[in-house]
Each structure stands twice: as structure tokens, then as C-alpha cells.
Design a protein around this ligand. Structure first.
Ligand code: CDP
Length: 235
């Protein structure tokens, strides 16, 4: 059981390092980490494999009846890393590809898909003690989160980080293509009708273009201690 019932919402642009940051905070403070982007990516993978998304068009009426049975969930592997599952299948690597990135904003725009993912997030998060990252967590999913962060960084820095991440995972990629994908997704995510990517009025902005990971952890450590009296777990 987490020692606190706090809900922390981290929103922001693609590849600003939201998920690495959220995972580290979760393990340091004993919170449950929920990656909302992984859920959208998982639905997208399902849509692609079953041809519910083709040529940039989602067949939502074809896919909707299957959503309730997808059983998308998270499990830790033997070295403590969080893995995304669909039923019994580990889909962690499959959802991180450029092919999925190219389709995910098209799928995530749909209100039925968003409603499905938000339901999962709220059911996981209802007891608190969670940190979630995404695009609309502080505005739509948990508007009453006690702490909201909005992350941003220079687009070149973000593109380089994502290209390094894809290459480290063994995928060949071109920096220009990665940059273009980030910009397209940011555009679609910020301009969609249903819960667009937006900064909540009470969010604290973190621009980490020129910050190390360690500096980010010190920064959040100060906020958690000052505002909530939270200290990292003793190990
Ligand atoms: O890892 P990256 O920041 O590039 O993206 P992600 O968090 O894995 O999210 C992938 C995509 O899912 C985003 O580009 C959005 O289209 C969608 N998404 C969303 O619409 N709402 C969220 N709360 C989280 C992700």
C-alpha cells in the first residue's frame, strides 16, 4: 500500500521524458505508476493488427465492441520494469514502434477510445497513491489531482531523445522522420475536440531542455517535501 493517497498528474508534449520521470518518482515515493500513453498505444496496436485503422482512418464502430475484452494491464518483469500486456501477451516492445506512433493520435482522438482509457485510469487511480502521465490527466482524467505538472522541452532536444530511445531499442530511424512524427502528434493532440493536450491552469510548468535527470529529481523532491511533507522511501 502506498503511504500517501496523493494523485500526481504529469501532462505535456511527446518525448519530454514524462514517463521516465514518472516511473522514477513512483519508485522513489512508493506510488503506482500509470502510463496512459501505453493504453492508447495498446488500443492502436489492436486496431492496426485487426485492420480497424487503415490509411489514417479508424473504423470505431467495428472496433468498439471489442474494447471491453482487451484486458490491457501492466505487470512488472523480473527486473522490476513495467510491461504492458494485452490479455496474456506482453506488448511492451510492439507498442513503442514508429508504426504505432504514426497511428496513435488518430486512434486517441476518438471519444469512445478516450472514454474506455479514462475508465481504466480512473479505476486504477481511485484509491490514490498514483502518478500518471499523459496529455489530459490534470485537465480531464483527474482534475482534482493534488499536484499537476506540465512538461515541455525544445523540439530538437525531444526529437534527439526519442531517436536515441528508438535506436537503443534496435529500431532504425531517421531523426527528421522522428521530429516530424512528434510535431504531427503534438499538433493533432493539441487541436482535437475531445480533451486536447492542454496545460491545466493550476499546473506547474517544467521545461527540462537543459536539465539533467538528477536535477529534475531534486526539483520534484523539493516540491513534494514542501507541499506535501513527502520524503523518498528509505531502502
Ligand atoms: O511517449 P510519448 O510522449 O511520445 O507518447 P505517449 O505518452 O506514449 O502517448 C502516445 C499518444 O497517445 C500521444 O501522442 C497521444 O496521441 C495519445 N495520448 C492521449 O491522447 N492522451 C493521453 N492521456 C496519453 C496519450
Amino acid at each position: 500500500m502506498p503511504e500517501t493517497s496523493i494523485i500526481i498528474a504529469i501532462d505535456g508534449y511527446s518525448s519530454t521524458g514524462k514517463s521516465s520521470f514518472a516511473k522514477k518518482i513512483a519508485s522513489a515515493y512508493g506510488l503506482l505508476y500509470l502510463d496512459s500513453g501505453a493504453l492508447y498505444r495498446a488500443v492502436t496496436l489492436f486496431a492496426m493488427e485487426n485492420r480497424f485503422v487503415q490509411n489514417g482512418v479508424l473504423d470505431i464502430s467495428g472496433m468498439a465492441p471489442f474494447l471491453g475484452d482487451l484486458n490491457i494491464h501492466f505487470q512488472h518483469n523480473s527486473v522490476g520494469q513495467i510491461q504492458t500486456y494485452m490479455g496474456g501477451r506482453n506488448i511492451e516492445a510492439d507498442i513503442r514502434t514508429m508504426a504505432v506512433a504514426a497511428n496513435v493520435s488518430i486512434v486517441a482522438v476518438d471519444p469512445i477510445v478516450r472514454n474506455y482509457v479514462n475508465g481504466l485510469l480512473r479505476s486504477y487511480g481511485q484509491k490514490g497513491g498514483v502518478i500518471m502521465d499523459g496529455r489530459d490527466i490534470g485537465t480531464t482524467v483527474f482534475p482534482h489531482a493534488q499536484l499537476k505538472l506540465f512538461m515541455t522541452a525544445d523540439s530538437m532536444v525531444r526529437g534527439q531523445r526519442r531517436a536515441d530511445e528508438l535506436r537503443a531499442g534496435g529500431e532504425q530511424c531517421d531523426l527528421q522522420e522522428v521530429l516530424q512524427n512528434l510535431q504531427e502528434r503534438d499538433y493533432i493532440d493539441s487541436h482535437r475536440e475531445v480533451s486536447p493536450l492542454a496545460q491545466a491552469p493550476d499546473a506547474i510548468v517544467l521545461d527540462n531542455s537543459h536539465m539533467t535527470f538528477q536535477q529534475q529529481m531534486e526539483w520534484i523532491g523539493g516540491i513534494l517535501k514542501e507541499k506535501f511533507g513527502l520524503e523518498p522511501l528509505k531502502r
